[in-house]
Design a protein around this ligand. Structure first.
Ligand SMILES: [Ca+2]
Length: 226
């Protein structure tokens, strides 16, 4: 670790503070007006289970293959958990990392449009996603869950795709009993980015889907403090 420049996790955009560490990201995030929270440079709440250690010593930063931006776009026909509606938010876990979106009140078709960024050091760790209904006077109710096997995406992202034209479909994945896709999901090479858009059908719930998009950030392109 010594002598290695630390990663700047929140740098670049508005509010980027080169001295930010993981522990301050949450506060930075909460100070931003809602419409700035979708910026590419803003993380959702980055909550590692062992909390406040600086990014360079967090286990997720060791042997990191790259960053996975999870654009949580919207929920579709989610389950009712209050009288007529719900106050849904999404929790995403991978390994020891846990992030969540804001709560959208009284809405079964919420538009979160938030980017949650995960460090990938083992592509065999799936993303575990769960939707909850925020409650004030009781524990939040479950509104279903899903899992994403990120290994095909990470594998594709680590290939050299530069020679392919923008808009090339690198891989198509059909819904089956193992995965949670509700329709075909494609891994795309688009404008220099590796992307995978998907609709996930939530399980352990009566209804509901979540639309999201994965985006790969190569470890070499992450800005470092100089
Ligand atoms: Ca509620």
């Amino acid at each position: 670790m010594d002598g290695k420049p630390p990663l700047i996790l929140s740098g670049g955009g508005k509010g980027g503070n080169p001295n930010s560490a993981v522990g301050t990201l949450e506060q930075t995030f909460q100070k931003l007006p809602i419409n700035e929270r979708n910026s590419d440079f803003v993380f959702g709440k980055l909550l590692t289970e062992d909390s406040v250690s600086p990014p360079t010593s967090a286990p997720e930063m060791e042997n990191m293959l790259g960053l996975l931006k999870v654009h949580i776009q919207r929920g579709i026909n989610l389950a009712v958990r209050d009288l007529r509606s719900s106050d849904p938010y999404v929790v995403v876990r991978m390994g020891h990392q846990k992030l969540k979106t804001r709560v959208v009140k009284k809405n079964l078709n919420p538009e979160w449009n938030e980017v949650l960024t995960l460090c990938v050091n083992d592509p065999n760790h799936p993303i575990k996603l769960a939707v909850y209904d925020k409650d004030v006077f009781s524990l939040d109710d479950k509104m279903g869950d899903a899992e994403i096997d990120v290994s095909p995406f990470v594998e594709t992202a680590r290939m050299n795709l530069e020679e392919h034209p923008s808009g090339t479909v690198m891989k198509r994945m059909q819904p089956n009993r193992q995965n949670y896709f509700s329709e075909e999901s494609q891994i795309m090479w688009e404008n220099g980015k590796v992307l995978q858009r998907m609709f996930l059908r939530l399980r352990n719930v009566e209804c509901g889907e979540v639309e999201l998009e994965l985006e790969w950030v190569d470890v070499g392109s992450i800005p470092r403090k100089t």
